[in-house]
Design a protein around this ligand. Structure first.
Ligand code: BG6
Length: 472
């Protein structure tokens, strides 16, 4: 659709930016924090680990002041479960609560809205040792953890996100460092873990609604439009396969309380269906388990083609945004219309519009974009200058498409690019930077950790000031 006049973003639009605890905080073993799977995970040789990261734990006041100067209306961050429950369950660590109390107060002091992710990849290691998400006890540990969050912060935090990118933890656990690389034939177990996470999420949403807290709660998967490589019907079916398995399996359960039938039949054929205990479907389908909005992360689209089914469908090097392929289901396809980032992710602003529309059409709920951005090797020039025009272009094109989606009829609550400040990438170190604020450190040299405003900082400030109308 072409328009003569575009709709405005809502007047209370949440112009934000995002981070996650293990990627930005550092202080990995301070003030009683327990170990998480990310602290104990595998790190690619030569790249930064998660011990110090951007040292936000010690710099949070300076960082929040900068985010206020950036003009943010909202700041999305995650709480480290291991700061609250060092062992995942049991005894609460007061120092951990204190840190987040101070952080939230600091955000509110500047009139910004805190958007809190409950769990962003960093499962407590103590729970991992007891089987992690394979163990049903982790569902109760999660419910116990979120209850503490609601009791302590529920009066002041109005936007809650349950689990960040559950679909990526299930599909690309090895790339994210959650599953040991080289682990094979574990799908049956992984989909059991998925079932348990879905239950944990349903309990967290139900509890939130039962407590009648003055805010909203939703899931935060990574969702994207999947294109067929050609209009050959076989390619179209392959794209539909991957859409159901990658996207709707997760959101259908959260919103409708049922397994997506295409994804379920795929699991059945492979013998990967999870064991469902009596009472599980009642928890998943509980009327209070329905989210108030859908948050999602978007970076790029995927293109797939029909499976060749000759042993060549699975491609190497897959991650959150790079398609893998699976025998008999789909394989990686080419999209000649799209450019790639330096890290091989497609750049597809129009795909952002179509993703927004697809989610809107299917679920008819307000949407919140909780991640979108460009990872690049930024260069610090003389005089503390970072000319990240490529990032400005990327964000500009995506905001333009978001406005078109709003004009199309999507109810969009806000837009929180990744990331507010430079931090450690999931598996590509500190050199892959996303922030509006440069942190002066290298992979293995902490330098002075100075905060430096990039060119995109001033640009985003103007965008926010004009409620998304001035993108120049
Ligand atoms: C998302 C994650 O998958 O993408 C973030 O929620 C992550 O944690 C972001 O950092 C960018 O990915 P990467 O791999 O470049 O860090």
């Amino acid at each position: 659709m072409h328009y003569k006049k575009l709709k405005e973003f809502r007047s209370d639009f949440l112009w934000g930016a995002s981070t996650s605890a293990y990627q930005v905080e550092g202080a990995w073993n301070e003030d009683g924090k327990g170990l998480s799977v990310m602290d104990m995970g595998h790190h690619p040789e030569g790249l930064a680990d998660f011990k110090v990261t951007s040292d936000h734990y010690h710099h949070y006041k300076e960082d929040i002041a900068l985010l206020h100067e950036l003009g943010l209306k909202a700041y999305r961050f995650s709480i480290a479960w291991t700061r609250i429950f060092p062992e995942g369950t049991g005894k609460v660590n007061e120092k951990g609560l204190e840190f987040y109390r101070n952080l939230i107060d600091e955000i509110l002091k500047y009139g910004m809205e805190p958007i809190v992710t409950q769990y962003h990849f960093d499962l407590p290691y103590a729970l991992h040792l007891k089987g992690g998400w394979s163990n049903r006890a982790t569902i109760d540990a999660y419910a116990e953890y979120v209850k503490v969050l609601y009791d302590n912060f529920g009066d002041r935090v109005k936007y809650w996100l349950t689990i960040n990118e559950q679909n990526m933890m299930i599909l690309h656990g090895a790339a994210l460092g959650i599953v040991a690389p080289g682990t094979e034939n574990i799908e049956k177990e992984i989909y059991q873990q998925n079932h348990h996470m879905l239950l944990a999420q349903a309990k967290a949403i139900t509890l939130y609604h039962e407590m009648k807290l003055p805010g909203k709660i939703g899931p935060a998967p990574n969702i994207t439009t999947i294109y067929p490589e050609t209009c050959n019907p076989d390619d179209v079916i392959a794209a539909m396969n991957w859409t159901s398995i990658r996207n709707w399996l997760y959101l259908d359960m959260c919103v409708f309380g049922r397994y997506n039938s295409i994804a379920w039949s795929y699991l059945e054929k492979r013998g990967w269906t999870p064991a469902i205990e009596e009472g599980d479907m009642a928890i998943l389908g509980h009327s209070l388990a329905k989210p108030d909005f859908i948050a999602f992360n978007y970076y790029s689209t995927a293109t797939v083609a029909a499976s060749r089914n000759d042993g060549s469908d699975k491609a190497a090097g897959a991650d959150q945004q790079i398609v893998s392929g699976e025998e008999g289901v789909y394989r990686q396809g080419e999209n000649p219309n799209l450019k790639l980032t330096s890290f091989g992710w497609t750049v597809d602003p129009q795909g952002f519009r179509s993703t927004l529309r697809e989610i809107n059409d299917r679920y008819n709920l307000p949407l919140l974009v909780t991640e979108n951005g460009l990872g690049e090797y930024d260069k610090l020039e003389e005089g503390d200058i970072v000319n990240d025009d490529y990032r400005i272009n990327y964000l500009r094109e995506h905001i333009e498409q978001a406005r078109l989606a709003v004009t199309d009829g999507v109810d969009l609550l806000g837009y929180c690019p990744w990331s507010a400040i430079d931090l450690v990438s999931t598996h590509q170190g500190f050199g892959k930077r996303y922030g509006f604020i440069y942190v002066n450190r290298e992979e293995n040299d902490l330098k002075d950790m100075r905060r430096i405003k990039k060119k995109s900082f001033g640009w985003y400030n103007k965008v926010i000031g004009s409620n998304g109308t001035d993108l120049e």
